[in-house]
Each structure stands twice: as structure tokens, then as C-alpha cells.
Design a protein around this ligand. Sequence first.
Ligand code: UDP
Length: 346
Amino acid sequence: MSKIIVTGGLGYIGSHTVVNLLEDGFDVVIVDDLSNSQHDILRRIETITGKQPEFLQLDISVRDNVMSVLRRHSDADAIIHFAASKAVGESVENPLLYYRNNLNSMIFLLEGMQETGIPNMVFSSSCTVYGQPDKLPVTESTPFRPAESPYGNTKQICEEIIRDVCNANKNIQAIALRYFNPVGAHDSHLIGELPRGVPNNLVPYITQTAAGILPELRIFGDDYDTPDGTPVRDYIHVVDLAIAHRVALRRLLDRRQKNNYEYFNLGTGNGYTVLEVVKAFEKATGVQLRYRIVARRPGDVEKIWADTTLANRELGWKAERSLHDMMKSAWEWQLHLRDHPELLGS
Ligand code: UDP
């Protein structure tokens, strides 16, 4: 049985991926410092899967912590590295925190892989590496644009670090997955996103507004060059994303890579405007949403959606879940959270 170390395995995308790996028979070791999750998510993963993954509560921006995990599990076949700070606004206010957390952990993990001989890594990257591309849909060969935030910069730098290490050390193989906009929750409604404080992202903002926690959704601008003037994004169901991690992992384990460092866009290939998302939410849930158009949000790109040809062809993976499915599961998760406020630490 292959053993996989999953950093950030109790986070939003991490927990869904852990469930998928356990269901597929992988042996999973979760490393998470609980900075953006709750211990109860572990129990929920166990309820869904009937399995008990090992859990280590550790901060992997500390070198000794990384080395102790990797030495103890030097028989691991791969690392899936999710653990990172991810709030764009916070990264602008406290860039050093972001550079320290996100870059140190990457460097220490790669050093640990070189030392222990753990050969494979799957890395959480983001479509933010592209900025606003000139040509849409965006392919993997689209060049990086200067990052809009320290958070975005850490994703670019991490990809560059992996590329250089893979160039220098052919025993290390890695795949970076560039997520578009992950939304939705697991069918069980036992795991989902746990936004800290007032959400920055659109879908948790919508569900909290619908639940009466927030008074109204503010839509940031309707004067963009898009079908209805609101920005276009490629929203992808978190379960589709989780499956893609397992598929990428299999590619590494089966040595099917064309190059020891590869990167793929993970989206549906469909772009939706903010107003289309609002309408899809209302249709999927029967709940009317209060919203108001306000000024543009600084740093937002106008439109982006993925060309998923490479992931479809090379990984044999395709996102299956619709915007309707995403909205329905996001709402059901919000209703679950209403009955379990302790999950948000309140
Ligand atoms: N958005 C919005 N109101 C909000 C949050 C987001 O209108 O309260 C818009 C935002 O301008 C963007 C889209 O929703 O066009 C997706 O934003 P999100 O922060 O979820 O993801 P991003 O693509 O910015 O990473």
C-alpha cells in the first residue's frame, strides 16, 4: 500500500483529497498545524471513510518539524503539499509571514525529500500565477505575470523552486496543480470550507448572506468587458479537484511523467460571471439573494478561465460537477455549519 504524507490535510482542499485517497486504499499521514482548520475535521474524515489516518499537529515552516516527519516516514512514496497561508489581503499586510510560511515549508520539504529519498511531490498552485492573461482560455504555456500580492508571489516562487530542484535532481519528481476557483463541499456535508471571519471569496460570501449571517453580497464592479459586466472565473467543485490530486499522484507513482516536473491547469474550462453564479445559487437552492453592485475590488482580474486540454489528455481527468452541483453542496454545507458553529471556532 502506498504511503502518502499530506501537509495541510485537514484544510479545505486537503481534507477532500485525504478522503479520496483513503477511499482509494492509500495509507495517509496528515500533517497540519490547525491554523486554518479544526481537529474535528479528522474525526469527520474517519466517519466518511471508516479509516483512521495518522495525524501529526505540526507547523512545517519549522525545519526540525519537517525533518522529524520525513525521517519518521522515509518509506513514504509521496508528499502532497497543501499547507500554506492563503489570504490575499493578509499577505499584503504581513508579507513576511507569507514568505516565511510558504517558502520555508517548500524548501524544507524538498531538502527533506533529498535527504530521505522520498521521490514524489504534488503541489497546490494557483491560476493567480497567470495574472490577467492576454489570450483566453489560459494554457499552461501562458507566461507568469508579476504577482498582485505576496501570496500570489509565493505560489510563483514555489513553482520556480520545484522546477529548479527537479532540474538539478532527477530523482525528484513533481507535479504542480494550478487551481482555478475551488468551491462546494463533500456530498456527506461533513467537510467543507471553514472561512475565518468574514469571507473574502465569493461562494462562502454568498452562502453566508443567504443564511442571514451577512446582510448582503457586494458585487465588485459591473463595468468589466464581460457579458454582463461582472468578472468571469472558472469555478471548480472541490471534489473534482480532490480526484485530480489522486490522479496526478498515480501518474507520479506509475512513472508516467514526460518530464520530472510538470504542471497542469485544474478548472472546468467554463467561465461564469459573478451574476451567473448568483443566479445559479438561487436556482439550486430556491433562496433569493440580496446583493448590490459596488466599486471594483483592487487587484481583481477581469476574466480568466482554463484551457484544460493538457490535464484532460495527460491525466485522463475531467471535472464532472456542474455549477449547479457546486452551489447546492456549498449551501448544504452552510446549513450544516449553522448547526455546528463550533467548527468555526465560535
Ligand atoms: N466577488 C464579489 N463579491 C465578494 C467576493 C468576490 O463580487 O464578496 C467577486 C470577485 O470580484 C471575483 C469573483 O467574485 O470577480 C471571485 O472572487 P474570489 O475572491 O472568490 O476569487 P478570486 O478569483 O478573486 O481569487
